[in-house]
Design a protein around this ligand. Structure first.
Ligand code: THU
Length: 134
């Protein structure tokens, strides 16, 4: 699974986006150390504030299948003109799974013409996570 494949997986997930209110289809693909990939897309609601972001859906899918470690990379795709970066809540959700497994995943923020690569620790410095409760 190359980075290109991971981005393709995120784009494919965005094809299942349920975003009738924003019209903004987002895809996320998580890559784990064992090579497995878990995808997610945004799921909106007639009660607008209840929208679930693609990254949060992907983390929820993985964790509900028992995954607790090994998150090494995340690709996020959106329809905008610029690379899409995870929202604040998604950064925190990603951080939970990353810290549990002691990894600092590279986030591939994908735009139409470019990919911005940034570590989760740079997107969410001084993060509050599971270790903070010890
Ligand atoms: N969205 C995501 O799925 N991930 C993000 O990181 C930012 C925003 C979704 C939420 C909503 O369905 C749509 O994009 C517009 O905000």
């Amino acid at each position: 699974m190359t980075d290109h494949d991971l981005i393709d997986a995120a784009r494919a997930a965005a094809g299942h986006s349920y975003s009738p209110y924003s019209g903004f289809a987002v895809g996320a693909a998580l890559r784990f150390a064992d090579g497995s990939v878990v995808t997610g897309t945004n799921i909106e609601n007639a009660s607008y504030g209840l929208a679930l972001c693609a990254e949060t859906v992907a983390v929820s899918k993985a964790m509900s299948d028992g995954v607790r470690s090994g998150l090494v990379a995340v690709a996020v795709t959106g329809p905008g003109a610029d690379p899409i970066t995870p929202c604040g809540r998604c950064r925190q959700v990603l951080n939970e799974l990353a810290q549990l497994g002691g990894t600092d995943p590279e986030i591939l923020c994908v735009g139409p013409d470019e990919v911005t690569r940034i570590l989760l620790s740079q997107l969410l410095p001084h993060a509050f996570g599971p270790a903070s409760l010890a």
